[in-house]
Design a protein around this ligand. Structure first.
Ligand code: ZN
Length: 660
């Protein structure tokens, strides 16, 4: 029943999208009449992905060639996007744009081009989708070339001044395409339901290195020109770019680390288990398909923990914690080489198929390398976060967001990026595994990747594949519908407990009772005196070794502390534990607890944290927590004003909502 309802919703959105498109106020430099019956007809049949205007069912890009000049003075990309199209009788090709200035559109192979008519539709009211670029083409057109430049409304690109980079010598640039931001720097059909290969020639200032989600250089070029090729078909959100004063360190023949010089050695040490992670993933799910696997440590403003751009994962510098305690993020991004990059969600409503599988595989890789107990620890931590998020979704204006299959009609697809897709998705697979047994589950997941590699998949299709290949042959009844199409977490969801975390909760209980578990305690013991029968009394100091616990254990300790705890005690605790100076994961937990306690002594350190990190996972909840108290809200607003220039638009836009 829920399925039918959701599908209906999707259809009605397509219809409303269609009506909207039919009502477009078109403007153009080379005008095609808005009464043109061919144009409106082609728009009518094309609307499919609720987050793209493109008519990929009729005609779609098979290969994209980019020729771009990266200009740091103007913070602009200038160039041309050459699209080689599928064979089609279509009379129009529709692309997504968002903020670019389109100079001209031509058709034909390079050197034999002639100008084509095009129109640009009106921006949607919320400026989420951008605008359709509708090009009139003769039937059978093979090449469409769009000459353009980016503008200051380009949300994907983050331009960083030299003085705000790690090396301080050169400026820096990176892109973030997911979910629908690639259209802000490349005019293209920006739907995950289409796959394309690409090549690119980039001209950057001399002395800088350019990298893309493609085959990459290991050294800087002498003239600032770089050529890239991605020979395997990928969805548009995975086209990525970064330019800076970057160096490379190989970890083995097929993987390595890129970073700005001051970070390079630290990152290589932090990620030294990467070759083993790739081996572990291959032994579970078959060969790694992409050849090279490299990681680039991004600028501190990078809004996510990591982004799985193929061949070149972007990673947040906060993951380089110094103790390898956060490397599960690397395992996660690597897992995307199968789930997401090889088999891709067809629309953002099916986002859980990318992320649920990825969290599931991430835990399996962590288990292979570091054992079941650590993987259980990660599971329990994430489960806690899921339960918290489910509570907040249930009381929000969109309680339906706790379904795995989403209905994001008319909304920003980023709204679907919650723990539901990630953790509820992973718990669905873990519960399924517990029901069918690991051996059958592994064979099934491997077969799924084999069947759908380099294709896109939607929930309904996955459901059919699951029934046919796992549930029916083994006579297993499973509440799949409930997991996919109903809100909340089903009753049969697996419970995973970590013994290590139980110990941390017992420490928290002692703290809550008023005991100071960190203070040194003077104790007495009897020691033998050399050459004598008698023993001698000796006093010594005993103290909890805070270094003996990993980040996830301290997270649990902090989350288990009662809010009735005295703020003076928190300040005292920090003198022993140095939570306020620990890695970003712990700093975040520490600041959150102190904000909730209205402990304003943390403000100086909190301000530095909010200015120096741009990862949305940390800063958004901190701003939200501050906004609860009027005086803190005003203080937070002033910090945001100062810090926002250093945030990527993804973080900046989310935080702006807090202050509206
Ligand atoms: Zn992911």
């Amino acid at each position: 029943m829920q399925l039918t309802e959701t599908v209906k919703n999707l259809e009605s959105f397509r219809l409303s999208n269609l009506l909207f498109l039919l009502g477009l106020l078109l403007f153009s430099c080379k005008t095609e009449s808005d009464k043109n019956p061919t144009l409106t007809e082609s728009i009518k049949v094309s609307v499919q992905d609720p987050h793209s205007y493109s008519n990929i069912r009729e005609i779609h890009t098979k290969h994209l060639s980019l020729e771009l000049e990266v200009n740091f003075d103007n913070k602009t990309l200038y160039g041309v996007a050459r699209h080689r199209m599928s064979e089609s009788k279509a009379k129009t090709a529709i692309f997504d744009i968002h903020g670019e200035t389109i100079q001209k559109v031509t058709i034909g192979k390079k050197g034999t081009e002639r100008e084509a008519d095009f129109v640009i539709g009106k921006m949607d009211a919320d400026s989420i989708l951008g605008q359709p670029l509708v090009v009139t083409i003769p039937s059978g057109t093979e090449y469409i070339n769009i000459y353009y430049q980016t503008s200051d409304r380009c949300d994907a690109l983050e331009w960083i001044e030299a003085e705000n980079t790690a090396s301080g010598k050169f400026p820096y640039l990176y892109s973030q395409g997911q979910a629908i931001l690639t259209r802000t720097w490349i005019p293209l059909q920006d739907s995950p339901s289409n796959r394309l290969t690409y090549d690119a020639t980039l001209h950057v200032p001399k002395g800088m290195m350019a990298l893309m989600s493609a085959e990459n250089p290991k050294k800087k070029s002498t003239d600032g020109t770089y050529h890239f090729e991605m020979k395997l078909p990928i969805p548009s959100y995975l086209i990525a770019l970064t330019v800076g004063d970057i160096g490379y360190r190989a970890l083995d023949k097929r993987c390595g680390v890129y970073a700005e010089a001051p970070m390079l050695e630290r990152a290589a040490t932090e990620f030294q288990d990467l070759p083993q992670m790739i081996n572990a993933a291959e032994s579970l799910y078959g060969p790694y398909a992409w050849g090279q696997y490299d990681v680039i440590v991004q600028h501190q403003s990078f809004p996510f923990g990591g982004m799985e751009n193929p061949m070149l994962t972007f990673i947040n510098p906060s993951i380089v914690a110094g103790d390898r305690s956060l490397v599960s993020v690397i395992a996660h991004e690597l897992a995307h080489s199968w789930s997401g990059n090889l088999v891709t969600n067809e629309s953002w409503n099916d986002f859980w198929l990318n992320e649920g599988f990825t969290v599931y595989i991430e835990h399996r890789i962590m288990e292979e390398l570091y054992g079941k107990e650590l993987s259980n620890t990660l599971c329990e931590i994430e489960h806690f976060e899921l339960i918290e998020e489910l509570k907040s979704i249930a009381s929000s204006s969109h309680p339906e967001d706790s379904r795995l299959y989403l209905s994001l009609k008319g909304r920003n697809p980023d709204d679907g990026m919650t723990s539901v897709a990630y953790v509820k998705g992973a718990y669905f697979l873990k519960t399924l595994e517990a029901t069918v047994g690991r051996k059958k589950m592994d064979a099934f997941v491997k077969a799924y990747f084999e069947e759908y590699k380099f294709k896109t998949i939607r929930t309904e299709l996955f459901h059919t594949f699951l029934n046919k290949n796992l549930l029916y042959p083994n006579n297993i009844e499973f509440n799949t519908d409930e997991w996919f199409y109903l809100e909340g977490l089903p009753m049969n969801s697996l419970t995973i407990k970590s013994k290590r975390l139980e110990l941390m909760r017992s420490y928290a209980k002692r703290t809550n009772r008023g005991e100071d578990i960190f203070a040194p305690v003077k104790k007495v013991r009897w020691v033998k005196v050399k050459g004598k029968k008698k023993k001698r009394k000796e006093t010594y100091t005993e103290q909890l070794n805070t270094k003996a616990f990993i980040t996830q254990e301290w997270q649990t300790y902090l989350r288990s502390l009662s809010l009735s705890i005295d703020t003076a005690k928190l300040d005292q605790m920090d003198r022993y534990t140095k939570f306020s100076e620990a890695n970003n994961e712990l700093k975040f937990e520490w600041f959150l607890l102190n904000i909730r306690k209205e402990n304003r002594s943390i403000r100086p350190k909190l301000k530095v944290f909010l200015i120096e990190t741009g990862r949305r996972k940390y800063i958004l909840p901190l701003y939200r927590a501050l906004a609860v108290y009027p005086t803190d809200k005003e203080w937070a607003r002033s910090v945001f004003k100062e810090a926002q220039g250093g945030y990527h638009s993804v973080s900046r836009n989310s935080i702006s909502e807090v202050f509206k």
